[in-house]
Design a protein around this ligand. Structure first.
Ligand code: ADP
Length: 532
């Protein structure tokens, strides 16, 4: 592959042709048709070539509504983790570009924050419509740069878009309050106002959804944003930014810079104009950002690592528990912060569950995300594989036994066998930290109290799952778990209408739902005196 930047420039503005409303130069019919997965070859290269010629692959940053190269011309490669091929080279930006993006966002804030809620809502709704109209192409782009199976990628596009739709509606519901006054000649009001420019730093595991669930509520509230997507998966973010412009979201309201993460992070933290940092990623980087935000006292929301327990009680419905555990463990090859990290199984059902679970795992098809029937793609990079291998080695050296899998897949690259490992103990790395890979560690417990103690024995507190047929137990255990999210008899619980976020060192703040709006609003108290 290896397109030149000149080659890319030819298609620089062609995505706008896909929007009939804003198109100044309609494309020939053959090109203006959206790309249907039914016509697609499963070969990643031909998918990439088609996306490129349809203008979906962008290589520059997006500042003040303009596609912009890094000021020193530097670029970085974006590769397909399934094949190792370079998809394209994107601009490698740093502090200077970030400062310009912040200035553009500040300019845009002045007018965007003054638009009526209805006007902002319409733009967001249009953005949602455009994302959904191009969900196949965006899904293909995501599979290409991230590796997740195409069906899962298209599912993420719908999930990511759902935040835009939800917050388009919520924009109209930013209610204040009137407080009964303590003195007869006073009137007390509470007004909610946008915080200002937001810096949104996102990871590679959900290249679209982690962006939309920050950017959509921010825009709905009247904020403007500078997005820093992961350098591993910037292409979906750039395509979504293009669609935001087509949707009528004004230039400067959405900016995208990528490249040198720490330089970009420092510029966002140092700027007094950036009033809020919202971050999804590792706990280590989250802590750095939180400390860095202190110098300008920014609002911060953080969605950090988890160490999700998945507790299967003796009284669970085995089929429900199997289905739910498989879904929460192996989604995105185990690379999500809500993936089950420890599967705690009560002794009475342990053997039955371990057998049935291993059988189910052994039938999972691993391969290129474009392949037919593939449910698990590659891991994101070599570092991810090394982490998985070192956690496995640690567990095996301390007495754990591999039931199934346990090594790199014969496909090579960063493919790893879906793995089930038993006799896992609390002191092993697999129990202490997030493995972020397709490894399912089984731990045995005797009593409910022991399960709760084991589940809470971690600094993390994002998602937890329990499987039980007892309503009383489901309440009791849900209340006792020190987690921000609890799934009962269900492994996939994230939705735009419910609050997502962690306790303890898993983070601060919530995303999604009406609570997700609060992160982008300041509360102003207005006291009218001398009113009698
Ligand atoms: P992950 O392990 O999921 O890649 P990271 O926390 O390393 O988690 O990355 C999440 C996001 O944070 C990415 O966009 C990454 O580029 C960015 N990032 C990493 N280090 C820094 C930093 N020092 N300042 C700002 N952003 C950073």
């Amino acid at each position: 592959m290896g397109w030149t930047r000149t080659g890319m420039a030819f298609h620089r503005y062609s995505l706008s042709f896909l929007s009939p409303r804003l198109s100044a130069h309609p494309l020939p019919r053959s090109l203006s048709a959206t790309i249907s997965s039914h016509q697609m070859s499963t070969d990643a290269q031909s998918v990439a070539a088609r996306l490129n010629s349809a203008g979906f692959i962008r290589s520059q940053g997006f500042i003040g509504g303009k596609w912009t190269d890094a000021y020193d011309g530097k670029t970085i490669e974006v590769t397909n983790p399934a094949t190792g091929e370079v998809i394209t080279n994107v601009s490698c930006m740093g502090g200077r570009e970030t400062n310009d993006a912040i200035a553009s966002a500040q300019d845009a804030f002045v007018s965007w924050s003054k638009q009526t809620a209805a006007e902002r809502s319409k733009c967001l709704r249009k953005w949602y419509d455009l994302i959904m109209a191009h969900k196949e192409e965006l899904g293909q782009l995501m599979t290409l740069e991230q590796g997740k199976p195409l069906k899962e990628a298209i599912g993420e596009v719908s999930y990511g878009a759902s935040f835009v739709e939800f917050y388009a509606e919520e924009a109209k519901r930013i209610y204040g309050d009137i407080i009964p006054a303590t003195l007869p000649d006073r009137r007390l009001f509470v007004l909610k106002q946008p915080v200002g420019v937001v810096g949104a730093i996102t990871p590679w595991n959900f290249p679209l959804a982690m962006i939309t669930r920050k950017v959509a509520p921010a825009l709905a509230c009247g904020c403007t944003v500078v997005i820093k997507p992961s350098e591993l998966t910037p292409l979906t973010a750039l395509a979504a930014a293009e669609l935001s412009i087509q949707a009528g979201i004004p230039p400067g309201a959405v900016n995208v810079v990528m490249g040198n993460a720490s330089d970009i992070g420092e510029a966002l933290l140092a700027s007094p104009q950036v009033r809020k940092i919202t971050f999804t990623g590792s706990t280590a980087v989250g802590k750095k950002l939180m400390a860095g935000a202190a110098s300008t006292v920014k609002k911060v929301s953080l969605e950090l690592g988890g160490n999700a327990p998945c507790i299967i009680f003796d009284d669970a419905d085995l089929d429900v528990a199997l289905k739910g555990t498989l879904a929460t463990k192996f989604r995105n090859s185990g690379q999500t912060c809500v993936c089950a990290n420890r599967i705690l199984v009560q002794e009475g059902i342990y053997d039955k569950f371990a057998n049935a679970f291993s059988n189910a795992v052994s039938s999972m098809k691993v391969g290129d995300g474009f392949g037919e029937g593939v449910v698990q793609g590659p891991l994101i990079n070599d570092a991810a594989v090394h982490k998985v291998e070192s956690f496995l080695q640690d567990a095996i050296s301390k007495g754990a036994k591999v039931l199934i899998g346990g090594k790199r897949h014969s496909l090579g690259m960063t493919f790893f066998e879906p793995t089930v490992i038993t006799d896992v103990k609390s002191e092993m790395l697999l129990s202490r930290e997030e493995v972020f890979g397709p490894i399912a560690p089984l731990l045995k417990f005797k009593t409910e109290e022991e399960a709760i103690r084991m589940a809470n024995d971690t600094n993390a507190g994002l998602a937890a799952y329990i499987f039980t047929s007892s309503i009383k137990r489901s309440w009791r255990v849900s209340e006792a778990l020190e987690y921000g999210l609890v799934g009962v008899n269900e492994g996939l619980i994230s939705t735009e209408v419910a609050p997502f976020g962690g306790v303890k060192q898993s983070g601060l703040g919530r995303e999604g739902s009406k609570y997700g709006m609060d992160e982008y609003l300041e509360i102003k108290y207005i006291c009218l005196g001398n009113m009698s």
